[in-house]
Design a protein around this ligand. Sequence first.
Ligand SMILES: Nc1nc2c(ncn2[C@@H]2O[C@H](COP(=O)(O)OP(=O)(O)OP(=O)(O)O)[C@@H](O)[C@H]2O)c(=O)[nH]1
Ligand SMILES: [Mg+2]
Length: 306
Amino acid sequence: MNIKNIFYQFKQGLYKTRIEFTNKLGLLFGSSKDKADFLEKLEELLILSDLGTSATAEIMNEFQQINFKEYKENNFIFFKEKLKVLLIDILNSTVSDIKINEDRLNVIMLVGVNGSGKTSVAGKIAYRLKKINKDIIIIPADTFRAAAIQQIKILADKVGVEMINTKEGADPASVVYDGISAALARKKNIIIIDTAGRLHTKTNLMNELEKIKRVIQKEANGWPLEILQTIDATMGQNAIAQAKSFNKSLGVTGIALTKMDGTSKGGIVIAIKKELDIPVKLISCGEKLNNLYDFKVAEFVEALLD
Ligand SMILES: Nc1nc2c(ncn2[C@@H]2O[C@H](COP(=O)(O)OP(=O)(O)OP(=O)(O)O)[C@@H](O)[C@H]2O)c(=O)[nH]1
Ligand SMILES: [Mg+2]
């Protein structure tokens, strides 16, 4: 997808945040009597939009330096441009895409709390990679509910990719073991593993994921392994604690931030960048298979503040 398209997709996907954040920004800028009033309102909005304390402090620090009169004499666009530069600067620190190795088997595993969008993202990644002719196999390692297997099967069929058969109650690590053997035998490019949702505080369930990771590392020795954590953007600051726990157990390689279309608090992406050492790689803004995008910082910020 070209850059202009990504900008329009983000703009649409970030509609709620844009209305909430950018419109309020305009209002507060216009209605501020003096610098102190402006700074107070700005800080409140940044916190409410889930940017997190660290990014908020950094932004406040920058705006403390300004000559407010000069700002007022210029206009809102001038202020927005200054904020864009700041946000791009904060977000650019750890940019990274999902990398697919051409000549090797790539394993992509989705992890995350219940309902955060793992299965949907698994389907969306399959859709995207299938379009560039990758030979994909899906491993349904969420065997906890029959409905979960059915859900990913429907997506696999829709996209037109193969899925390993399994049944409710099967041991997830064994399903992954069998899946990798099958992928090897069939000379696949890409394995996508959907896992069951779990709370990051449930030790036994986190251990189960660690076991799956060990199986992958043993059976798919030396292959690129992408462990993507889905984070529901509507979760707010809770997401930070979740990500820290998953990362500690598994070594998460990237975050897929989901449901960005459903929140007015898209500022969470900035908090994630600031407070975690894990790159946001993908942004999901919608339920359609093509609603998954690489996280492109400049386009994202432009769309947010457009
Ligand atoms: N609006 C919107 N809905 C989404 C997005 N991503 C996922 N959803 C919806 O969120 C719900 C949960 O998504 P799933 O993909 O089933 O989440 P999951 O993490 O696999 O859930 P469990 O397996 O039950 O833990 C579904 O209704 C999805 O359609 C998104 O980017 N935008
Ligand atoms: Mg699922």
